[in-house]
Design a protein around this ligand. Structure first.
Ligand code: UT7
Length: 331
């Protein structure tokens, strides 16, 4: 019997309708369209305006899109993993709620939190479950309502983040397609530079934390930028070398969408033309756990069975890595 690999067999996406433009941000903080676009590559980001809708809403819409496109019976799904840094609630898992809402009544689920690397790590987790032979259909969703943790008086963060969700179905493959290799790393030094200080067990919510705006995401942009550039590029280079791949062998680079300058630096390090690099940051900004599956959904029409795709991500924690996957279908 041939070896079982974990292939992506369908993708789906959802972004809210409301586009928060650079022009509108100019009315909220001291910034301008030119600065934002030249420093980040972002023109607009989508925002889920409805106060009563959370990350689960984004995830459910992305999952429904996948289910419809693939004509999938949700009762056949074995497992739902949601990569997210903005779960609906602490303690009650967002994935469990989403599984029930999409009719995946035979599935179990849980959330995976690795900031902007959540989807990359979740791909690894899903693949191991599939390769074990125990599970046949694992739904991985990257979803974040970043607007729920962004301080719209802080120009260092509010220009970057947006809301969105993407979904990918992992299934067993016996043709050697799907996930081939991964290189995943983390370093606790990162929690000094990108975090929400309060609301966890280290600093529970209090009048003081609310007054001092400690429930919003804060980052030291310059430091995070430096770590992101060197680590995303290193990880991508390592995965190529380890698999004896040259730039000619790579059909696509799917990099986390945090900043177009980080994306370009990663592409340069592995000597790839920008035509081979998936980019949609201009329209969505940094959607944290959703960037990689949103790329797959946006580029799905251009992907061909057998294409070699290198994923790379970097996020808070710090967390980072790269993965090498062979695309499994023509759409
Ligand atoms: O998803 C994974 C985690 N996140 C990331 O990977 C993000 C990594 N960091 C970044 O993308 C960039 O560091 C930022 C986009 C956040 C900032 O860009 P930068 O080129 O690193 O800018 P900077 O923080 O070094 O600031 C340069 C200047 C400063 O002015 P002075 O001191 O040179 O006069 C800032 O005060 O730009 C100023 N500035 C702004 N100006 C207009 C900072 N934010 C803004 C702003 N609009 N929004």
């Amino acid at each position: 019997m041939s070896k079982i690999t974990a292939a992506i067999t369908a993708v789906g996406k959802y972004v809210p309708d409301y586009a928060l433009t650079n022009k509108e941000l100019e009315t909220l903080v001291d910034t301008n369209d030119e600065w934002i676009y030249t420093r980040t590559g972002i023109k607009e980001r989508r925002i889920l305006k409805d106060a009563d809708k959370a990350t689960s809403y984004l995830a459910i819409q992305a999952a429904k899109d996948l289910i419809k496109k693939r004509d999938l019976d949700p009762t056949d799904i074995d497992m739902v993993i949601i990569g997210t840094a903005t779960p609906d609630m602490n303690v009650a898992s967002t994935a469990v709620y989403v599984a029930s809402e999409i009719g995946a009544v035979n599935a179990f689920g849980y959330d995976l939190q690795a900031a902007c690397s959540s989807f990359l790590y979740a791909m690894s987790t899903a693949s191991v479950y599939i390769e074990s032979g125990k599970y046949k259909k694992v739904l991985v969703i990257g979803a974040d309502k970043m607007s729920s943790i962004v301080d719209y008086t802080d120009r260092a963060t509010c220009i970057i983040f947006g809301d969105g969700a993407g979904a990918a179905l992992f299934e067993p493959n016996e043709e050697g397609l799907g996930l081939q290799d991964e290189y995943l790393r983390s370093d606790g030094i990162g929690r000094e530079f990108l975090r929400i200080e309060a609301g966890g067990s280290l600093m529970p919510t209090s009048e003081e934390t609310l007054k001092n705006r400690k429930h919003y995401i804060k980052q030291e942009g310059k430091t995070v930028f430096k770590y992101a550039v060197s680590n995303m590029a290193d990880a991508s280079e390592k995965i190529l070398k380890r698999n004896h791949l040259t730039n000619d062998d790579i059909d696509w680079l799917a990099p986390h969408q945090a900043n177009s300058r980080i994306i370009e630096a990663t592409a340069r390090r592995v000597n790839l033309d920008m035509e081979k690099v998936m980019v949609n940051i201009e329209h969505y900004g940094n959607t944290t756990s959703a960037t990689l599956p949103l790329l797959l959904a946006d580029y799905e029409d251009q992907l061909k069975k057998g294409d070699n795709i290198v994923f790379a991500a970097f996020g808070g924690g710090f967390t980072w890595g790269a993965a090498y996957l062979k695309w499994a279908y023509n759409s």
